[in-house]
Each structure stands twice: as C-alpha cells, then as structure tokens.
Write a protein that binds this ligand. Structure first.
Ligand code: LRH
Ligand code: MN
Ligand code: MN
Length: 389
C-alpha cells in the first residue's frame, strides 16, 4: 500500500451510502413476490440487517425508512436500537401509492378530502422524523393519469403546489423536503412529477428546504443523467440520489450492474464539484430490491460498486483534464477520463478498508460471519415487508 495512492481516494473514508429498509424484505415483480429464508419480520430486523451491511463495508451508516411499511409503535425505540447497532435512521419516505383512495391521485386529487389525507400522511412522516432524529422527508409522487382529457394537467399542478406548501409548512427549521421524479408508472399518459424540471420548479417555489431526488432508474433510455446532476448541483438543488440500475424501465437492479461507466460518469460530475464531501449535504442512497439474489450480499455489492465508481472518479487527473479541455484536445481529455475509469481500484479500496480496521473483502467477511445462517434459522415466517407486489 502506498500512502500516495491511499491519499488519492482518502475522501472515500468519510463517504457514506444510505441503505433502504425495503431492500431486506421480500420483493419481486408485479407477477410474483418471492420469499427468501431469513428475511426480516419487523422493522427492527431490517435495521439489524442494515447494520450488518455497515459492519462489513464500513460505509453504510444510515438506513432509510418507508412509512407505513416500517411503522412501529415507538420510533424512539427503533432509533435507539439502530444507534446500539451502529447505524442511524435516515430519510423517511412517504407512501401514497398503496391506498384505494389514491386511485385518481393523492396530492393532486380533485377531491379535497383525499388531498388532505395525503398531506396528513406527510405530516405524520414529519412526526416520525422528530421521533427518529431524521432530517429528511422524501416524497415520490405516484400521481398521474392514463388517458388524455382524464383530468386537467394544469389543475393537477396547481393542487400539487398547494399540497406541497402545506407539507413544507410542517417542516422544522433543520428538516429538508426531497422531491423525487419519475417519467412514468404507475400511470402511463401523464405523470404529475415526471422529470427534474418539474421537481425543480416545485422546489424553487417552496424554498431552500426543498431539493430534488434523482433516482437513476427514473429516466427514459438515453437520458444523460450526469448532465442533470450538474445542473442541479449548480443550483444547490441536488438533495439526494436513489441509486439503482435499469436496463428497461424502473428495474431497481444493483447500482452499477447495468452500466458501470454511467455510474462513473455521474460520480465524476459529483467529485469534480466537490459534492462527494459531507458538507454538500447530498444524501447518497440506494433504492433497490433484490428479487432473485440474496439481499444482504446484494446490498454489500451495491455499496462496493458505488465505492469503486467514486474511487475511479477521485483518480481522475483534474489538472491534465483541465489542460486538455482548455486546449481543445478532444481525445486527450477523453483519455484522461478513460485512464481513471480503466484503473483497477479494488486493491486501493481493500487498503482503505484495512486502514479503517475492517476486512479488505466485505463479501468474504459476510460469508464467514455466520450471519446468514443465523437469520435463516431464527427468522421463521419473514413477511413481505416491501415493494414489488
Ligand atoms: C418509486 C420509488 C420511490 C419509492 C421506492 C420504493 O419507483 O423509486 O423512491 O419510494 O421506489
Ligand atoms: Mn426511488
Ligand atoms: Mn423507482
């Protein structure tokens, strides 16, 4: 291990990736939810699994909750359990997509009673944040329409703006509201927050505490995601990532699996703006499901993929890149990026982990730990705790 090499990626020592509670529960597709031995039966067990991922990677210090999937009577107790297990509770995700009332919309519904119910759900989520110490409310709005003329696009935006204002008014001073966009699904004609522009406009209307969430799986094929990343960073409006991979739609596969080069390009924009540093406040989260692969190793792999892409981004020779770009050296500039991308950083990351007192190889450390065998024998009757029905 050379000190110089460790120095190059040393910023990764403080780079944490938040994991989603729902990655640990049973999940599947709209066709079938598979059950996996050892899946958590309670939010406490999901937090325990997240803590195990943090133990072997040293890089997953928080776990996001999804309400009501992770509803418990005493959120203070859940937060204390998380702290005892070495992690903190992170973003609180609201859920307005699993209730019959929301068939024609939640925050955009033409019925004021249903809009009020959806707003009240978010205010309850803010109460959960107060009990858990979380500072982030994350909102993905499933609302949309299926047919032209079904509802007024304009009126729905007006209702949305009003509902968001009511939620925003419920935040504490140190809270943030993060608004996620998605180009289609569950509706297929209009989506009320389909893109970063719509999300950004609503955030700008709300104020400084509102920022955009970029879920890497929520774009049309061919979208240049790193361009969006840069635009949002320029406005200090990139609040969080939901990392995952897509081949076709919102696949929710392991981040960096489908297109590791895209992940590198995204992290290059992040690193070149200094946005990987904790001061940026950007919440780097996973939003994934592991339908056919084992869940805890799937999360470990995901963390390692983000670390590898970030390490490569940290190795980009910024001075050489600048010189080549300013000199109009097209291929030279491209080569600087490709040199970093083509570097094998696995040894460097092993060194970094060793310097933090953890195993060089988190996958092997987990396999050796006996944790998988223990939860399989202890947790009989794990339920579908999450997404994907
Ligand atoms: C919607 C989404 C959103 C939800 C999560 C389960 O597709 O990305 O972030 O909260 O999936
Ligand atoms: Mn998401
Ligand atoms: Mn999604």
């Amino acid at each position: 291990m050379t000190t110089a090499a460790l120095q190059d990626i040393s910023a990764l020592a403080d780079f944490g990736i938040e994991v989603p509670s729902w990655a640990y529960g049973n999940s599947g597709t709209r066709f079938k939810v598979f059950s996996t031995p050892g899946v958590p039966r309670t939010p406490f067990e999901k937090v325990a699994d997240a803590a195990e991922v943090n133990r072997v990677t040293g890089a997953a210090p928080r776990v996001s909750l999804h309400i009501p999937w992770d509803y418990v009577d005493d959120f203070g107790k859940l937060a204390a359990f998380a702290a005892d297990s070495g992690v903190a509770l992170g973003a609180v995700n609201s859920n307005v997509f699993q209730d019959d009332d929301y068939k024609l919309g939640s925050l955009t519904n033409s019925d004021p009673r249903i809009r009020a119910k959806a707003v009240a759900h978010h205010l309850e989520c803010i109460d959960v944040m107060r009990a858990t110490g979380s500072k982030v409310l994350k909102l993905w709005l499933p609302d949309g329409t299926n047919y032209a003329g079904q509802d007024s696009i304009r009126a729905r935006q007006d209702r949305l703006a009003e509902s968001l204002q009511e939620i925003y008014a419920g935040l504490d001073d140190d809270h943030r509201l993060l608004i996620e966009y998605k180009f289609f699904e569950p509706y297929f004609y209009t989506t009320d927050i389909p893109d970063w522009g719509t999300s950004l406009l609503h955030c700008l209307a709300l104020g400084d505490k509102a920022q955009v969430v970029l879920d890497t799986g929520h774009h049309a094929p061919g979208t240049n995601i790193e361009f969006i990343v840069t635009q949002l960073i320029r406005q200090n409006k990139l609040g969080a990532f939901d990392f995952n991979s897509r081949n076709y739609a919102d696949d929710d596969l392991i981040v960096g699996a489908a297109d590791p080069f895209q992940l590198f390009r995204i992290m290059h924009e992040i690193v070149s703006a200094g946005a990987h540093l904790p001061e940026s406040g950007i919440n780097f989260m996973l939003d994934q499901c592991h339908n056919i692969e084992p869940k805890i190793p799937g999360q470990i792999r995901s963390i390692m993929n983000v670390q590898e892409a970030t390490a490569k981004a940290l190795l980009v020779d910024a001075v050489a890149l600048d010189e080549a770009q300013l000199g109009g050296d097209v291929l030279g500039a491209h080569a600087v990026l490709m040199d970093a991308y083509n570097t094998d950083v696995r040894g460097l990351l092993g060194d970094l982990r060793e310097s933090k007192g953890i195993d060089r190889d988190p996958v092997a450390a987990y396999a050796r730990s006996g944790y998988a065998e223990r939860i399989e024998s202890e947790r009989i009757g794990g339920n579908q705790a999450s997404w994907g029905a």
